[in-house]
Design a protein around this ligand. Structure first.
Ligand SMILES: Nc1ncnc2c1ncn2[C@@H]1O[C@H](COP(=O)(O)OP(=O)(O)OP(=O)(O)O)[C@@H](O)[C@H]1O
Length: 399
């Protein structure tokens, strides 16, 4: 099982420019998480801070008991070996063929023989569908192949944590779908903890177990996918639907006057070019390709999420219960429609952003009916991630 990553109060600035502050979240071991956020909100900076390439101003990032923010260089070097990183552009060496690119970390960080290196490189090239391409130079292959080569290289040290910075950038929707499937298959095979940073809404809706979003220099929310996918937060709603109408502006957030003007324009029947369809809602998650092992992370996540179910917003509770099979509902002692509909009106998108600071807390979640056996699953406690601060909280720390 992959390593757990516990991030507490992480804060980063460059000089006077604050990037984000007080980011607290836990990446559950072996689960796939996605971090969304408009351009420039510091998603790449977040990934780089997690592996110690950038030094946060304060806070912790603890992996296997080592806080990489404060640990020694030697510990950082050791802990970095737990990570495999897929950088945005693949970050391949242009003068090396794919074999040498993928072999590079093995030659740098291990004392393995060339025969052993060859075995591992071919295994990873096959895993990423690149068998036969080992002699090609990065400049001779497509963007999608370069991404997969970057992924193959990220895998050679058998990472426990895989970080992917916009794996879909520069790829067409079909190649992105293949890459999404590859990440899920990979997780099924090696049970690594995966964090993907992306703008791709389709990937965010269908791939991860957990979803988070950075905006206005803060973590708007992070939790089980159903929470963000059913959220009424204007910023989440705008982002998921790719609309101009809402608090996210061209470069950062809009002011209240601008939002009111845009809402009036929309109310007068002018389209902003985006689809009328609201894509929010829980859609089925991608499953491993037939023949692949079951994802152990999915089973662990179910037990984990069911334990915190009654702390989640009601729409998320519904989404989670709906996604269970009949057998699982029986096992957890829940049934569909047992969450009372909360009487809540949807916020208008022209609410000034200031009122969202901290972003509007969702209504207090209403507890589901008392389950007959409680929501304990059939995994024993040590098999289920015991996460500090694992309970979903309304953004901004409101209770
Ligand atoms: N090494 C650095 N020194 C100074 N500023 C930096 C550095 N790296 C990033 N930044 C700034 O931090 C901010 C966040 O950048 P980052 O690349 O993390 O955003 P992002 O959310 O990943 O954006 P995108 O989605 O467009 O890739 C930007 O304003 C960028 O200019």
């Amino acid at each position: 099982m992959g390593a757990e990553v516990v991030i507490e109060g992480l804060t980063k600035s460059f000089g006077k420019q604050a990037i984000w502050r007080d980011v607290t979240l836990t990446l559950p071991p072996g689960e796939v998480s996605v971090m969304l956020g408009p351009s420039g909100t510091g998603k790449s900076v977040f990934l780089k801070s997690m592996i110690g390439l950038l030094k946060p101003d304060r806070g912790k990032c603890v992996i296997n008991g080592v806080d990489i923010v404060t640990c020694s260089e030697a510990k950082l070097y050791e802990t970095r070996k737990l990570f495999g990183v897929l950088f945005q552009d693949g970050a391949l060496f242009g003068s090396m063929n794919l074999f040498d690119n993928v072999a590079f970390p093995l030659r740098e960080h291990t004392k393995k023989s060339e025969a052993e290196i060859k075995r591992i490189v071919f295994e990873k090239l096959e895993l990423t569908g690149l068998q036969g391409a080992e002699k090609k130079l990065p400049g001779e292959i497509s963007g999608g192949m370069r991404k997969r080569a970057g992924l193959a290289r990220a895998l050679v040290l058998d990472p426990e944590i895989i970080l992917c910075d916009e794996p879909d950038s520069g790829l067409d929707p079909v190649r992105t779908a293949y890459l999404s499937q590859l990440l899920i298959d990979l997780n099924a095979q090696i049970d690594a903890t995966i964090l993907i940073v992306t703008h791709n809404i389709n990937l965010a809706r269908t791939v991860p177990d957990n979803l988070g979003m950075l905006f206005r220099k803060e973590l708007v929310m992070f939790g089980p996918r159903e929470v963000l996918l059913t959220s009424d937060e204007p910023v989440v709603e705008q982002f998921l639907n790719g609309r101009r109408l809402g608090p996210i502006g061209m470069s950062e957030e809009k002011d209240a006057a601008q939002m009111a003007r845009e809402q009036a324009h929309a109310d007068a029947g002018h389209s902003d070019g985006s689809s009328e369809e609201d894509v929010r809602g829980v859609v089925p998650q991608i499953e491993p390709t037939p023949g692949m092992p079951e994802r152990a992370g999915v089973r662990r996540r179910k037990d984990r999420v069911m334990r915190i179910l009654n702390t989640l917003p009601h729409a998320a509770q519904e989404g989670i219960i709906e996604s269970l099979t009949d057998e699982e509902r029986a096992r957890y002692g829940v049934h569909s429609h047992m969450v009372p509909a909360a009487a809540q009106s949807r916020p208008r998108l022209d609410q000034p952003t200031q009122q969202m600071a901290p972003v509007q807390p969702s209504p207090r979640p209403r507890p589901v009916e008392d389950p007959p056996r409680g929501f304990q699953g059939d995994l024993s406690d040590p098999q289920v991630a015991r996460l500090p601060d694992t309970t979903w909280k309304p953004p901004g720390g409101a209770s």
